[in-house]
Design a protein around this ligand. Sequence first.
Ligand SMILES: Nc1ncnc2c1ncn2[C@@H]1O[C@H](COP(=O)(O)OP(=O)(O)OP(=O)(O)O)[C@@H](O)[C@H]1O
Length: 578
Amino acid sequence: MRTFRRLLGFLRPYRLAVAASVVLACGALAAGVAIPTLIGRAVDDIRTGGGRLTTYGLAIAGLACARLALSVSRRLVAGRVSLRVELDLRDRLYEHLQRLEVGFFDRAQVGQLVSRATVDLQAIRFFLGYGLVFAVQSVVTLLAALAVMLWASPLLTAAVLWPAPLLVLVAARYGRRNRPASQEVQQRMAELAAEAEQSLSGVRVIKVYAAEAVRSRRFRSAAERVYDQAMLSTRLRAFYSPLIAFLPQLGLATLLLVGSRAVPSGAVTLGEFVAFYGYSVVLAGPLRMLGMVLGMAQRAVAAGNRVFELLDRGPQLPEPTSPVPVRKVRGALEFQRVWFGYERGRPLLRGLDLRVEAGATIALVGPTGAGKSTIGMLAARLYDPERGAVLLDGVDVRRLSTRELRRTVVLVGEDGHLFSDSLRANVAYARPDASDEQVLAALAWAGADELVEQLPEGLDTRLGERGYRLSGGQRQRVALARALLAAPRVLVLDDALSHVDPATERRIARRLRETSGDRTMLIVSHRPTLLELADEIVLISDGRVSARGAFPELLARSPRLAELVSTSGASVARTAVS
Ligand SMILES: Nc1ncnc2c1ncn2[C@@H]1O[C@H](COP(=O)(O)OP(=O)(O)OP(=O)(O)O)[C@@H](O)[C@H]1O
């Protein structure tokens, strides 16, 4: 019921339009209810000579036309409301997802999220836009027909309506059984979408391992799960829908039985009897409709629960209520006794203390899984420490506005995700207003200037899904150019050049040094060229800084570093498909 009330809340901005569709629906149904009365009168008129038949004929035709016009207008108004509600919900959901922290997406499945933003929202839209108005229309039709019928003949009314309580019981039972079933259909649809997303985005790995058949089997099994559950729902509908449609027929049969005695005895006129017959036909529509709306409401509530589950999950990296204003960023970074772990009770960083002076370049090295990338992500506040703090120019990053922080600290990862857009748009991602000269300069700093000549349409070339039209090394350089154009005060390069050949890497390192200015850099790499770029090397192990010093000096006194650097050449051979 709570979900239902919350769903209704989305109609609030469109109160007037909803009211207008209810008024239009009521107008249409008034015309519908009046027609059987007129038919009854016409029948009685025929029996007494048929003098006013033309008037009745014209009135019936006029009412039918009015009903048509009102129904068309109602559908137009309701259609608009339903699409607006869907738009609002979709906006809200997307905006909310954007505010959630990276940690949420570590666990969420993209397909599940897409399914909530499409299938579930559509179920809500159908109910709020159409179902609700149908429900009101059906109930009002039933009440209006009931009033007219009771006024005309309580006896015939009882004959027509005695199955109504039975109908309510059957409909309620249907609702109880179908609600969990339709919620499960929606859940399985989402799982199917997630499976499809995994297969499509991982197509390269699937091909490399010839795993098409395995993936097809998994997809088929997910599709069959949807089928089985949808069949369960369909079986329920197959049984209950005709039953709901059948019960009013019992009323009709009783009406004929009672009428066959009441008309000859003169208790009711033939016209009244025909009118009642008309009412039972008019009533069948709304009764069927109520069954349908019930199903719609159940699907909408099931979908609403799933959408609200997402909307109610607040961001766990909250924006400070009163952020510390930043006048001039210098770019000094400090990790103060930072404890952090991805899983509760399994700390990865254990009281890390690390200070990086403004404008300095620090390289983080350490065994695989030591937490170097994690340190970079904490600097960019993609995660918050469990204990301790990350400070930028002495201010806890949790007290800075996210907008300000993102402008100051930019992280370039190994993956260097590119969007399915032009080369220009990808490089100018943080500065869409950048001129072509600025975009070209950034590409040159990142050692990717030759790319513009190589690509068929230069800066306008679309890079394909995730930039797959480029090589791994090209993708990394475009990602670096994107970061350099953003001109952050603090740049975190996390294995950001791992796919680039050593000669190009040296060229990029030289340009990074030349253009560094006051930029603070945190480099995660074991490649000597990049380590030489750093003022200091920091060795991370056991969740802390275990050694620190200038590259040659530390290399001489730390066998661990010597080992890490000499074995790191292997990473050059890593391919894009890993
Ligand atoms: N999003 C995540 N969710 C759960 N665990 C994670 C996540 N990201 C990393 N980890 C785990 O945290 C540990 C440290 O990962 P991190 O990427 O920081 O290490 P690293 O030192 O950069 O390693 P490498 O040199 O191999 O890149 C690893 O054991 C990894 O499995």
